[in-house]
Every structure is written in C-alpha cells, then in structure tokens.
Ligand binder design. Structure first.
Ligand code: AMP
Ligand code: MG
Length: 348
C-alpha cells in the first residue's frame, strides 16, 4: 500500500509502486506476461502498457481506456530492438530517423509484419512504433524482450496523465490491483505525446505534432526537404483521419475549454459560483477573481504543465478554462504541439 500526494489530497492505493524497489520491475514483467496492465512513465506522458503478445492484455487496454476497437495502438520497443520484427518494406530514410531520434518522442508509422496482431493496428496494414526514452520504460522493455502496446493512460478522449497520481485518478476504477500496476517514475519530462510521422511514402508526413519538429527531421533528411520543390518545411503536415489523437475533440477535461487572445480576457466574467481558470504564458496578467492554472515562462514549461493544469481545473470543479495559445512557430515544434492539443481540448 502506498499513498501519493495529488496536489490537494492523498490517494492511498496498492496499484502505485515505487520503481526504486528492486523487485518491482520483476513483478511488472510477470504481470505483463499474465495479461496484466502496467502504467509506465515515459518522457512524453504515462502509457498504459500490455504485452503485445498477450491477447488478454491488449483487449484489457481497450476496455480500461474505453477506447473503440478500430483505433490503433502505438507499439513500444527497446532502443536496440530489431525493427524488422515488426515492420517491413519501409523507405530507406527510416533507419536514419531511428538512429537519430530513438529512444525519444518520435513515433514512426510503418508497413507492418504479421508479427503485429490485427487488434493492435485496428486492422490496418501499418504499425506505429516508438522507443520511449524513460529509463524505467527501457528497463522494462529490455527485460521483456518483446514489445509493449502503450496508449496514453487515460480514458478515451480525456486528458493524458503526466504523473502516477494522474493515472490513478483516470484509471484507478478500471484497473485490478491483483493484476495491474502503476509504476511511479516521477513527472513526465516533456508532458505532451510523441510526434507521429507517417513513413509509408517517399516523404514522411507529420500526423501529430510533438517535441520533434520538421526542422529537426530536415537536419537528418536534408535531401527530402530540398526535394520538396524548394519549399522548406513542406515535408507534409497534413490532417490524417486514421489517427485517434487527430479527432477534432480529444485531450478534453470536463471543464469547457475556450481559446482567447490575451486582450480578450477582461470581457469574461468570473464569479465565485462560476470561477474561470486561466492558462497563459507568465507575461499575461490574471484578471481579478480568476484562478491561475498555469503561468509558464517557456514553451518547455507550457508543455510540461499543460495536462496537469487541465486536470487541476477538474479537481477544482471549475466550469470553464480560458487558454491563451502560444504563437504557432514552425521553428518551435512545441508551440505547434501545444496549439494542436489545446485546440482539440477546446473542441471537446
Ligand atoms: P495514444 O493512444 O494517446 O498513445 O495515441 C496513439 C496514437 O497513435 C493515436 O492517435 C493512434 O491513432 C495513432 N496510431 C497508432 N497506430 C497507427 C497507425 N498504424 N497509423 C496511424 N496512426 C496510428
Ligand atoms: Mg491518448
């Protein structure tokens, strides 16, 4: 039994385990093999992991998240794993991306092999693969010598968790303490989901923006960028329907999220019975009576704190959150990712 500080109260649960206890990772591996679910820390957000080879485990991920069966899961692999086990006939640029960015927050969508179960790919002929950089995730993957499916450890459409306490509050009611575990590896370093890159065509396409941007990719694949008729940055940032994180509404707290320019804030009325929460960079003044949820001094702080701030709005039972978006700047991939997530949160 352990207890964890959720910001305002202690949560007591035997689901959460401290990863510094030597036997915990062994226990996690045994549970994964037996169809258990293990929430794992990664550098992006917490994932709800199951052994890719356990049909029971994979089915339980969909059930715990309340996720529709046709939404594919990202396969997580060890940094030194053999990609050919899971993917085949992919373009020549793929190994270059793997060498440059793994382990790290870059997910590659590739043509799959038959080793990947249909349930994982939503019946598609592609698989999304990434190697997470968090040492706990890597250690677990090394010990498993297989792969883990690990969608974000939240109910479908909800806010991704960036701490073990957030996983517990999202999924505690849907996990079985006899079978499942939450590994506490601290707060996620990046705080936003990985960049997803479609690597099935001659040129990679960004399906979901994240910490790694086209500029970073262009450094590794300069030929592909110059191949784009001299249009830097046009590697292809298009909307793609198959990606569940690309639904118009996603990443949504219960509170209504509205987007605003800093100059519009005074127009809103915040009352004691209907208090408004504010998410905006630190230079934006908090109007009288509002509840400040996040005041980041950098894009890194914005990304790291965003989901915790949305979660705090619900814990405070706020009806409304107003968010001031950072300027979307292609040279700052985090700005695009923050704008993307907040725009979808506002559509929910
Ligand atoms: P999450 O469940 O929050 O980790 O998000 C996983 C994302 O990866 C979702 O948006 C999935 O739709 C996307 N994804 C997984 N597999 C594929 C695939 N084969 N093709 C396109 N997107 C994928
Ligand atoms: Mg998700």
């Amino acid at each position: 039994m352990s207890s964890i500080w959720a910001g305002d109260y202690w949560i007591v649960s035997n689901l959460i385990q401290d990863v510094s206890r030597p036997a915990v990772l062994e226990q996690a591996v045994a549970r994964l093999h037996g169809g258990g679910l293990v929430a794992i820390p990664t550098e992006t957000v917490y994932g709800l992991a199951a052994d890719v080879q356990s049909q029971t485990g994979v089915a339980r991920v969909f059930a715990a998240k309340g996720r529709p069966a046709d939404h594919p899961l990202i396969l997580h692999v060890a940094a030194d794993s053999v990609l050919a086990q899971w993917a085949q006939d992919y373009p020549d640029y793929v190994p270059k991306l793997v060498a440059a960015f793994w382990p790290g927050p870059l997910t590659l969508v590739l043509p799959r092999t038959n080793a990947v179960p249909d349930t994982v790919t939503g019946g598609q002929d592609t698989v999304a693969v990434r190697s997470p950089a968090h040492p706990v995730a890597q250690e677990l993957l090394d010990r498993l010598s297989s792969g883990l499916v690990a969608p974000s450890a939240n109910r479908f459409g909800g806010v991704s968790p960036t701490s073990a306490a957030a996983v517990l509050s999202e999924l505690g009611a849907y996990l079985d303490p006899q079978r499942d575990l939450i590994l506490d590896g601290g707060n996620c370093h990046l705080g936003l989901e990985s960049t997803i890159l479609d690597c099935t065509g001659a040129c990679p396409q960004v399906l979901r923006p994240g910490a790694i941007g086209l500029g970073d990719i262009a450094v590794i694949l300069p030929d592909l960028l110059t191949g784009q008729a001299g249009q830097p940055g046009s590697l292809g940032e298009g909307p793609v329907p198959r990606v569940s994180g690309a639904l118009d509404s996603h990443y949504s707290p219960r509170a209504t999220v509205r987007l605003a320019a800093a100059t519009q804030l005074e127009g809103w009325e915040s009352t004691q019975s209907r208090q408004i929460g504010l998410i905006a960079d630190h230079a934006t003044r908090t109007p009288a009576g509002w509840r400040r949820l996040l005041a980041p001094a950098s894009l890194t702080e914005f990304a790291r704190g965003l989901y915790g701030a949305l979660r705090a709005a619900d814990e405070l039972a706020l009806a409304e959150v107003v968010a001031v978006l950072p300027a979307a700047d292609p040279a700052e991939p985090l700005s695009l990712a923050i704008v993307d997530r907040l725009t979808r949160a506002a559509a929910g």
